[in-house]
Design a protein. Sequence first.
Length: 494
Amino acid sequence: MKFKRLVLVFGGLILGLIVVLSWGCQQNQPTAPETGENLNTVSSKTRATPYRLRARSTDGAGHVNFRINNQTVTSFTLGSSMRDYTASSSLTGDIIIQFDNDASGRDVQIDYLSVDGDYRQAENMSYNTGVWQDGSCGGSNSEWLHCNGSISFGNTPSGSGSTTTTSGGGGGSNVNYTLRARSTDGRGQVNLRTDNNTIATWTLGSSMSNYTASSYNTGDISVEFYNDATDRDVQIDYLEVNGDRRQAEDMPYNSAVWEDGSCGGDYSEWMHCNGVIGFYSTPGGGGSITTTTTSGGTTTTSGGGGGTRYISQTIRVNGGTYDGGGERIIAQGMGDGSQDEDQDPIFRLENATLRNVRIAAPGCDGVHCYGDCRVENVVWEDVGEDALTVKGSGTTTVSGGSARYASDKVFQLNQPCTFRVENFTAEDFGCFIRQNGGTSFQCTIYLNNVTLRNGSYGVRTDASSTQIYYRSLSTSNIDRVWRVPNQSSQVHSY
């Protein structure tokens, strides 16, 4: 820090005023930005809102500014593949993403901006001065920035303000880490992350070396490789967590290894692509889940608040609500997301509600519902065996959200039920809703404001008693919307 002393003389009295001017020691890494404050104590302060931008630039050199109320919070240089860029700020006002270094062959594509877990899709934003539309720069409702310009993502949350917050370890003990790793060209860069916060960044030499860090942060641990280039790979031997040596080749989640012709696999020391290896959680489980019982007796379980959470067993919700707050869940050792029948579900709901969650690959067997269930704003990024299966009779409602890449079924109905889907989009699937093959029990299905793209079937059932009611149904490139015994008596517009 720099200190500057100003001496003021007034009426013979000398007043000393020390003004402290502070500059950070390190600039933001272009592809691994700072993720905000790491507080290890409880303090009364203005709450910092977490943000997550998912974006890319076509040539890997596009530069954007993240701005609130006309002030730049941070800047990112975007890689050529989609990835997440995080920040936090207590500023309030209008939020924009500004593209400022347009060049030939350089455009920026923005998937979404998550604002405290509220996912705001770029294509839903009405203000975009950087898209090329109708022969000039400026338009609306597009992911693209072809010109220097901005997309407005609305205002900061209305709840921002003074509050008492707890971050980091919450008074827990310090956790010590030792990473043993190298990069093939001596230039590979990695982040050590806990609970989606970067606690250390290293440039790895070409020979195996130890890299150490310590933090009070708790939660899921990952090592992220983020500057992949030709002839640049990262090899990780192990990560020690308070002396517990966790070998990289024993870890079931590795999104950076090249396996079977693509990025992503498991049980490998190698990181050939930008991605992460998950090293499970900090000692004691990390505390990324908290449970609160309201005065009315309803139990609400809160997730990671917009971060990434690695799990190794099914999350069970009995008679309450699980609110993920926009968290992204990645399963480890629970299945490979294929059509294998022996995979575990990510969630098991029993007369319960699930909301505000993104389920990443491998999707395993998705969500199992027993009794009356409600699923709100859940996104299946890459459906595994099924996105959701009704396992017990009752009423299941899916409201909001989306699902992609279901090689077989999105929703499977294995028991008599009332099944409602509203404000939902599915694309690239085999069958959107499938009643268990060969069964004759009755299901009642309601579709309201549903969009289906690129699939074989909309609804398929062998039961002549099942009834289907739909309105505001949009389909594109669906081979057969209704595969039922008698469409005229079973399918109704309402």
